[in-house]
Design a protein around this ligand. Structure first.
Ligand code: IPD
Ligand code: CA
Ligand code: CA
Length: 258
């Protein structure tokens, strides 16, 4: 029932975002900052997702990007990003997805990420592995950061501190290491899980950006931590997610210890 609801809710959100995609009259407004957008499709996707989850589990806790917390006294918490990659979406770039993670007693137990434009449905369940369209996926075998293909993202507001996003990015690209920037953290994580990227890092994510994707990486055999190498929590901003083999070295690069 939990899995069925997760899949149904993810698909319902995806239907909505397909409906509004490339609509020239899409209503777009700003959150904080001129580039932090929210569209009517984000709200409509969220509504469709919440309807399904609330109908199946009216007592569960919900944390969803646009409505915030629907607090309940429950060990289950659904963590929802109704469109991850909104800027891509608003520009007709088909790199965006629905991301939903399900936590039980503080541990992420299931996650789904669906990009309906590429027809890629990622699903993970704790202890049971990760799949792409039903087929098991695993992280890459690369062992050398210098030979890796990495991905990152940048926050909407500049982080002015040592080893901020531009410092780390510059350090890596000065060595000729490819670092892509797709614009959807959930897809970045799934593509690490699928072995397309060897690693992903980002300085400032919210729980809904990473909840499903970090479980995907772990279940595909990878490793996810914060920038100190400590066990990952989606409730703090920093993330390093890799195939496991380059993890310690990538942390050295990020922390300027190479
Ligand atoms: C954003 C994307 C992006 C990341 C930003 C997020 P949104 O989510 O995941 O890749 O760099 O930090 O806010 O706003 O498109 O849901
Ligand atoms: Ca997001
Ligand atoms: Ca979003």
């Amino acid at each position: 029932m939990l899995k069925e609801t997760l899949i149904n809710a993810t698909e319902a959100g995806a239907q909505v975002i397909q409906h509004y995609f490339n609509n020239k009259n899409l209503q777009i407004s700003n959150k904080e900052g001129i580039n932090n957008l929210v569209t009517e499709a984000d709200h409509a996707s969220e509504k469709a997702i919440l309807e399904i989850i609330k109908k199946a589990f009216p007592d569960h806790f919900i944390l969803s990007e646009e409505v915030g917390e629907i607090a309940m006294d429950s060990e289950y918490k659904w963590i929802i990003d109704p469109i991850d990659g909104t800027i891509n979406y608003a520009h007709g770039i088909p790199l965006c997805c629905i991301s939903i993670g399900l936590e039980k007693a503080g541990s992420m137990i299931m996650g789904a990420v669906y990009n309906p434009f590429l027809k890629e449905f990622y699903f993970a369940e704790r202890g049971l592995g990760a799949t792409l369209n039903g087929q098991p996926i695993e992280v890459s075998g690369e062992t050398d950061v210098r030979k890796s293909c990495l991905v990152t993202g940048f926050p909407y507001t500049y982080i002015n501190e040592p080893n901020g996003p531009l410092d780390v990015f510059s350090r890596l690209i000065r060595q000729g290491i490819p670092v892509r920037r797709l614009g959807s953290a959930a897809i970045d994580l799934c593509w690490v899980a699928a072995g397309r990227f060897d690693g992903f890092y980002e300085h400032k994510l919210q729980a809904w950006d990473s909840a499903a994707g970090f479980l995907m990486v772990e279940e595909a055999g990878g490793k996810v931590t914060d920038f100190t190498g400590a066990l990952y929590s989606p409730y703090q901003p920093r993330i390093v997610a890799t195939n496991g083999k380059i993890h310690d070295d990538l942390l050295l690069w990020i922390n300027d210890k190479v």
